[in-house]
Design a protein around this ligand. Sequence first.
Ligand code: ZN
Length: 120
Amino acid sequence: MHELGIVFHIIDRVDEVAEQNHVSRVKSVTLEIGEVSTIVPVYLRDCWSWAVDNRSKHMKGCELKIDMIKATSYCEDCQKAYPTKPSGRKCPYCGGPHTYLVSGDETTIKNIEVYDEENA
Ligand SMILES: [Zn+2]
């Protein structure tokens, strides 16, 4: 299970951003996860609450939001893009095998929401 490592990585990054922006507490983090990434969102959520409460300086109780991103592949034979799921590596238009993934295996921090310090 490599999700814990990924959560630690995200926490370090968000803490860093919080410090650079003089934010004391982060309310939520939105992640974009490609649908063919190796990350399992349910495992990510499992480690999240523990990790933010125990490892982070600025993220106690921070909520995790996940946006799944559709994967896209491209076929070099007929030069068309197609949704990776459910076709996989075989092009649905020409049946060719010369395809590659364009997007859909990434994990990125899309948004960091902070508490409004002035009204806190
Ligand atoms: Zn094709």
